[in-house]
Design a protein around this ligand. Structure first.
Ligand SMILES: CC(C)(COP(=O)(O)OP(=O)(O)OC[C@H]1O[C@@H](n2cnc3c(N)ncnc32)[C@H](O)[C@@H]1OP(=O)(O)O)[C@@H](O)C(=O)NCCC(=O)NCCS
Length: 158
């Protein structure tokens, strides 16, 4: 179990979070780990995001995208470099799972390179083909769309 950072606050994103969200996601997008999001898109989709805050600073984020009545996807999950390995990513995943349950969605998935992290959080590796086409709409924006090497992980919530 990661040593949980006690002073971390997980909360819904607010307009003031757009800039730190943009900086964090852009940093990962430049390294090909995440899809980029413009400030405009972040502002428009703010209600989908939660953030982790330590001492008033946004140190992590994650979002939940509804793909159908029974499926949501975790997107833009990231922790700033100095705050990894402290249980903050798991806490954000927990928060996103609570939100999926609140919406009564039974399945939560992610496309990721961080397979062991998701397995530690109760997800299983699954074949990408099991997901409906809607899952791949975001891939239009990805440079790797025809040779995606991300792994699909899934957790059943009931
Ligand atoms: C993946 C990520 C979100 C994990 O966040 P984190 O706050 O560092 O993770 P936690 O501290 O909650 O780790 C929980 C557990 O997973 C393990 N873990 C975390 N990152 C891991 C990794 N990269 N590989 C293997 N295990 C990992 C931890 O050791 C811990 O295990 P423990 O409970 O046995 O100690 C973070 O490393 C990150 O921002 N990565 C880059 C962006 C990314 O790839 N996001 C995923 C997109 S879907």
């Amino acid at each position: 179990m990661a040593s949980v950072c006690k002073d971390v606050l997980c909360r819904s994103a607010v307009p003031e979070d757009v800039e730190p969200l943009y900086q964090m996601i852009s940093g990962y997008a430049e390294r090909g780990i995440m899809l980029p999001r413009s400030r405009e898109v972040l502002m428009r989709q703010l209600e989908l995001f939660i953030v982790a805050e330590v001492d008033g600073e946004v140190v992590g984020c994650g979002s939940l995208c509804k793909l159908g009545d029974d499926l949501v996807e975790i997107r833009s999950l990231g922790i700033s470099e100095g705050h990894k390995g402290m249980g903050i990513g798991s806490k954000l995943v927990e928060g996103l799972i609570i939100e999926a349950r609140r919406q009564r969605i039974p399945k939560i998935m992610a496309l990721t390179y961080e397979v062991s992290f998701f397995i530690k959080n109760g997800f299983d590796v699954v074949n990408k083909e099991i997901f409906p086409e809607k899952v791949w709409t975001d891939c239009i924006n990805c440079s790797k769309q025809n040779n995606c090497d991300e792994i699909a992980v899934l957790k059943m919530l009931n």
